[in-house]
Design a binder for this molecule. Structure first.
Ligand SMILES: [Cu+2]
Length: 117
């Protein structure tokens, strides 16, 4: 009988971390856009791991464009824009503002570094 309870306990211990992983919400990466930068400008992700990219703008309309993953979004001031993103390849990928926002617009960019998990 004692052995039986030991087995039960063992099963519980083994299954608990699995259940926790299955229910885990994707990590939210908060990105702030303003003239003429993204903060943070460098984002590190893991291949195959889903994250939510959450954008806000503190001044005017900006855009987010990540052509290597065909991702595109408008970032409107006063609004929160969320995109679910699961990088399926490793590497360094440049994202840019895709809405002309003034004299520094051309330099408004950042990079996403995806590491093999
Ligand atoms: Cu811009």
């Amino acid at each position: 009988m004692k052995a039986y309870w030991h087995k039960c306990l063992l099963c519980l211990l083994l299954l608990t971390p699995l259940a926790a992983t299955a229910n885990a919400e994707p990590t939210v990466i908060v990105i702030k856009a303003s003239k003429f930068l993204f903060q943070p400008a460098k984002i590190e992700l893991k291949k195959g791991q889903t994250v939510i990219l959450e954008f806000t703008s503190s001044d005017r309309l900006h855009g987010f464009s990540l052509p290597d993953f065909a991702l595109q979004a408008d970032i409107e001031p006063g609004k929160t824009t969320r995109i679910s993103f699961t990088p399926d390849k490793a590497g360094t990928f440049v994202f840019r503002c895709s809405v002309f926002c003034g004299d520094g617009h051309e330099d408004m960019a950042g990079e996403i570094v995806v590491k093999d998990s």
